[in-house]
Design a protein around this ligand. Structure first.
Ligand code: SF4
Ligand code: SF4
Length: 274
């Protein structure tokens, strides 16, 4: 069954436990960051930080400031635009809801980056030792696909397992939706009446509850139609160019595969290091 996450930003305390747990599970190194006026650090997700917590200060009508913390990651769209545009099938939607990537297949064309309505796939400019990556690839959250496959230590993703105030719930999408609706109904004074991800981009496996409009906490306004429809509508208008690019990319993929095989680096594993 397709699982997902419900992130209740009203409960989040901004401790960044999810951010750290994600890094720890995926064996990702620290990244160098610089001071910025916001508490958000790093300022956005990157190839070595799949989950990050964004901090927002929003003025209330009485002049006081309210704090909002939002743990962001891949939305694991039901109809992922990233999967639909990848010319070599490096991205895949699994039956269990997760959208995963295969490092050995990615040719670094960045089509998925351009297609994603939530600005999620990131490029590996540097490898895990901080050296310039000679063959840049895409990386992003996989909703801990490896834990789901092995059940070790549990199928639940590291972020939701860690969250101290239980602001992140893991479960079947329908259960998460009814939990979210229940919360909005019980506490309309606390929750803004919108579940972000219920319908955006045709619906996503990762959904959010908030005390303010999602637009005030950095979420983009996206159409409710599945984005692959838009993408293919656009692509179908330039068939010759795309055909040419596809031939080029297939050739690039062939030579990259040969190169990795020669170096013994080709992995069959999907995104993540476990
Ligand atoms: S949020 Fe972006 S990267 Fe994640 S599944 Fe959707 S389209 Fe793909
Ligand atoms: S672990 Fe939970 S409380 Fe801490 S930042 Fe992440 S979502 Fe918020």
């Amino acid at each position: 069954m397709a699982k997902g996450l419900l992130i209740d930003t009203v409960r989040c305390t901004g401790c960044r436990g999810c951010q750290s747990a994600c890094k720890q599970w995926n064996l990702k190194p620290a990244v160098e960051t610089s001071y910025n006026p916001s508490m958000t650090n790093p300022i956005e997700t990157n190839a070595h930080t799949y989950v990050h917590v964004e901090f927002f200060e929003i003025p209330k009508p009485n002049g006081e400031i309210s704090w909002h913390f939002v743990s962001k990651r891949c939305m694991h769209c039901i109809h992922p635009a990233c999967v639909s545009v990848c010319p070599v099938g490096a991205l895949q939607k699994l039956d269990n809801g997760r959208v995963v990537w295969e490092e050995g297949k990615c040719i670094g064309c960045r089509y998925c980056q351009n297609a994603c309505p939530f600005d999620i796939p990131k490029f590996t400019w540097y490898d895990e030792d901080g050296n310039i990556d000679n063959w840049n690839k895409i990386a992003k959250c996989t909703m801990c696909w490896d834990r789901a496959e092995t059940g070790n230590p549990t199928e639940e993703p590291a972020c939701s397992k860690t969250c101290p105030p239980s602001a992140i719930f893991y479960g079947e999408r329908e259960q998460l939706l009814s939990l979210a609706k229940n919360r909005i109904q019980q506490r309309p004074d606390k929750y803004y009446n919108h579940i972000y991800g219920e319908n955006e981009a045709g619906g996503t496996q990762v959904m959010f509850l908030a005390g303010v409009s999602p637009l005030d906490i950095g979420f983009p306004e996206v159409e409710n139609e599945p984005h692959p429809d838009f993408t293919w509508d656009f692509l179908s208008k330039i068939p010759y160019e795309i055909a040419g690019i596809a031939v080029f990319l297939a050739g690039t993929y062939y030579f990259r595969t040969m190169r990795l095989k020669a170096k013994g680096e080709l992995t069959s594993g999907k995104g993540g290091t476990h």
